[in-house]
Design a protein around this ligand. Sequence first.
Ligand SMILES: *[C@@H]1O[C@H](CO)[C@@H](O)[C@H](O)[C@H]1NC(C)=O
Ligand SMILES: *[C@@H]1O[C@H](CO)[C@@H](O)[C@H](O)[C@H]1NC(C)=O
Ligand SMILES: *[C@@H]1O[C@H](CO)[C@@H](O)[C@H](O)[C@H]1NC(C)=O
Ligand SMILES: *[C@@H]1O[C@H](CO)[C@@H](O)[C@H](O)[C@H]1NC(C)=O
Ligand SMILES: *[C@@H]1O[C@H](CO)[C@@H](O)[C@H](O)[C@H]1NC(C)=O
Ligand SMILES: *[C@@H]1O[C@H](CO)[C@@H](O)[C@H](O)[C@H]1NC(C)=O
Ligand SMILES: *[C@@H]1O[C@H](CO)[C@@H](O)[C@H](O)[C@H]1NC(C)=O
Length: 457
Amino acid sequence: MTRNLSLVIQILLLVFASQCSAKVAATLDDVTGTENLLKVTVPTVNEQFLRPAGAPRRLGIGTLPDIGSTVNDIRANIVLNENGGSVFDVTKHGAKADGETDDAQAFMTTWIAACRNTVGPAKFLIPQGTYLVGPVTFAGPCKSFPITLENQGTVKATTDISEYSSPEWFSIEDITGFILTGSGVFDGQGVTVWPYNDCKKNRFCQLLPISIKFSRLNHTIVDGLTSVNSMGFHTSVFYCYNFTATNMKIIAPHNSPNTDGMHLSTSKLVTITNSVIGTGDDCVSIGHSTENIVVTNVTCGPGHGLSVGSLGKYSKEKSVYNVLVKNCTIFNATNGARIKTWASRISGLASGIIFEDIVMYNVKNPIIIDQTYGTKKKKVSNWKISDVHFKNIRGTSTTNVAVLLECSELLPCEGVELRDINLTYGGTNLRNTTIVSSCSNAKIATFGVQNPPPCVV
Ligand SMILES: *[C@@H]1O[C@H](CO)[C@@H](O)[C@H](O)[C@H]1NC(C)=O
Ligand SMILES: *[C@@H]1O[C@H](CO)[C@@H](O)[C@H](O)[C@H]1NC(C)=O
Ligand SMILES: *[C@@H]1O[C@H](CO)[C@@H](O)[C@H](O)[C@H]1NC(C)=O
Ligand SMILES: *[C@@H]1O[C@H](CO)[C@@H](O)[C@H](O)[C@H]1NC(C)=O
Ligand SMILES: *[C@@H]1O[C@H](CO)[C@@H](O)[C@H](O)[C@H]1NC(C)=O
Ligand SMILES: *[C@@H]1O[C@H](CO)[C@@H](O)[C@H](O)[C@H]1NC(C)=O
Ligand SMILES: *[C@@H]1O[C@H](CO)[C@@H](O)[C@H](O)[C@H]1NC(C)=O
């Protein structure tokens, strides 16, 4: 019975998809009316395609609850913190700062003092100096509020992987009102362990330690973070509510493996801004179960670009809603503005996604939706993608296919808007500098300038 029902639904979806791929009457209806300066208009617009899609069955919805606005203003407390809040200096709690002795224990002792033994604002201070530090956990809940971690030193990770019982170097957990700041450096010393990464060959590979993992935090400010050569991801934001990160420098060589700059999952209200990220992998990856994510003024490259996904790898993954990526520059990257889902049975929705005002230099796939991620076999993705906007995207593509929209055969992408796309060929094959769009199962509406010419729907 259920099987028959789902078969009927699949057939209906396929019928619907095939109808929509027929060419439709073109009506140019610029909703905003402000784009008149752009005369080179390709009139293949159909408003109906801009409506958000119907939700697929078995849609996972909802991520974190709103926690209300009753928190004290953390910024006001930063000022307080600088004028007389309690300071807990790691060197006064046993840290050697000789670059050789493992200071992990001293760091944790200092943390407990800062978090548990004081009320009001507290600061965990790493003064100038070089510290060798093994895996540490800074857990709340804290009596102090807010609690600041200020790094003015060079903190280096121990590189014996067997010490990392859990794949994180700094694990920051269960805190309301956490602030990370300071002009010091977190150096994951990944160079020696990257050769052990086998994720190219092994889909379920063991990930190397994340330099800083933020878990279950409410109201966090990261203002100034320098992270270099993480073993695995540089940072991960997991189960966080209201997380703002600004002034970050996140750096690793272009060929370092799985060193994503900032990976988000199961989080709500995350803003990443005014940062430089170049790690050889995704600069920011917006993973599953996320909502209200803003990425602005990020310079990204070299690496894999700014991605939503990959989605649909594990069964507990839920949907992604409301992502804005704006005012960013992406260079020397395999992908620019990307949405990727695994071709798997796991279902969910990625909806309300805007990539706007993005400049690309030397990008292999400047605009890409890839729903065949992680497979070479003929499998389809059950993850629905809808209400996606690529607006004012310009620069160079190093391949001839500058716009690649490969959507699910089962659940075609809907409401994909391409507006003012001006890409040119910037690759090395000077015999063919023509750029094209390639699409499958995507319902697209176009407005304004279109270089390359859009797919005909
Ligand atoms: C964060 O907020 C949620 C929702 O109110 C609450 O359940 C959780 O305990 C809070 N976490 C911390 C670390 O305060
Ligand atoms: C988010 O956190 C900031 C402090 O960084 C606070 O001022 C603001 O009120 C919080 N927003 C919400 C919606 O809770
Ligand atoms: C963008 O971020 C950079 C730091 O990466 C900063 O210097 C610059 O002022 C920011 N621009 C704006 C408009 O905020
Ligand atoms: C984008 O950049 C422009 C110019 O630098 C600036 O005026 C605008 O405020 C920025 N917008 C966002 C959302 O960062
Ligand atoms: C970007 O790529 C170009 C050409 O491949 C190279 O010359 C340049 O050094 C790269 N820039 C960075 C910052 O990696
Ligand atoms: C140039 O490349 C595009 C995209 O791959 C292809 O469609 C076109 O046929 C090529 N043109 C020539 C003359 O080879
Ligand atoms: C598109 O970009 C090219 C190269 O940067 C530029 O010459 C051209 O004027 C742009 N076209 C429009 C309509 O903005």
